[in-house]
Design a protein around this ligand. Sequence first.
Ligand SMILES: Cc1ncc(COP(=O)(O)O)c(C=O)c1O
Length: 389
Amino acid sequence: MSFLAKNYNRRKIAFKKGKGSFLYGTNGKKYLDFVQGIAVNSFGHANPYLIKAINNQSKKIWHVSNAFIIPEGERLAKRLTQKTFADYVFFQNSGAEATEAAIKVARRYFYSIGKPKKNRILCVKNSFHGRTIAAIFASGSKKMTEGFGPRVAGFDHFEFNSIKSLKKSINKNTAAIMLEPVMGEGGIKVHSKLFLRNLRKICNKKNILLIADEVQCGIGRSGKFFAYEYAKIKPDIVPIAKGIGGGFPIGAVLMSKKAASGINSAGTHGSTFGGNPLAMTIGNAVLDQIYKKGFLKEIQKKSIYFFEEQNKRKKDYSKLIEEIRAVDLLIGLKLFNDQTKFIKKLEQNKLLTIRAAENTVRILPPLNVKKKEIDLAVKIIRKVCRESK
Ligand SMILES: Cc1ncc(COP(=O)(O)O)c(C=O)c1O
């Protein structure tokens, strides 16, 4: 009997420990974990470098209020801004908090320049920006919002990757357009470079802020630090979470100087836990590894390797897998039919994956995955494909 709310369809496995890409079940089985907490554990389980960082910090100081200076957070913010478009950072604890902060930043900017009515946020239909009350209405999906009315006002929607639909949905009160460069929950759907470039141009022309939600596709997972870099554009606001904490809850919103100008005065926003010394130390330890020279290039190579190996025996799966959608280590196998059984069979063969929309099996190895672990995953996927024919 479980006393936890039944809002998750939990699989019947629990784990006693993890190491790198592997999880050890209480059932005695060793699983290759290509879920990694849904793109959270950037460096797998029990990463020695992260363990050392958390252990050291835990003996010094865990938490102080944001009423005081937090040097670890100052350092993390500086390092994030030095590598990106951003001039300012605000820290929270999760992705939904970060996307909501992004919305607040955009609205507050237009308020501060005397345009308070320019407050609508335009998002992709059936997207995913988190589960808080505003974030579900930002996503515009019936499934997520059903029963949670009254509807939170201020959100409009357009069709994925469609400039035509985007143009039609913009109005004079559009303050920001928020989208994921690569939609994770949506089934690894990639906004084209052309679309993103046109989007940036439209935002410039119409004085609209561009929010790139990099909660899932950011922090190296796309083979670039941020996925929007592929389109060679710069957004104005970027919410992040998941990978920056490597398993510790951290969220953040990155902002350009202009975008931050509305929120850059005392009392506009706040968080009790966001940016505490323990979290910030771990964020810095994650960046130490991601910022290592050549690390992102390695991710790109590993992704190509996975793709090539998987494609070698295309005939094994051509009737089962409609498309392989991959942006580096954000990989999706889009099946012709419902993916539930396929995921179950992978699990029976000790490979853990997770579902996404559009019959997609999501594969999310840690960023430091080894070649031989990719080989093992491909072997299992091929076996399951052969057996499922
Ligand atoms: C793109 C995106 N935005 C926001 C969120 C919400 O993050 P969290 O679950 O940490 O609130 C997620 C979570 O999957 C996400 O993928």
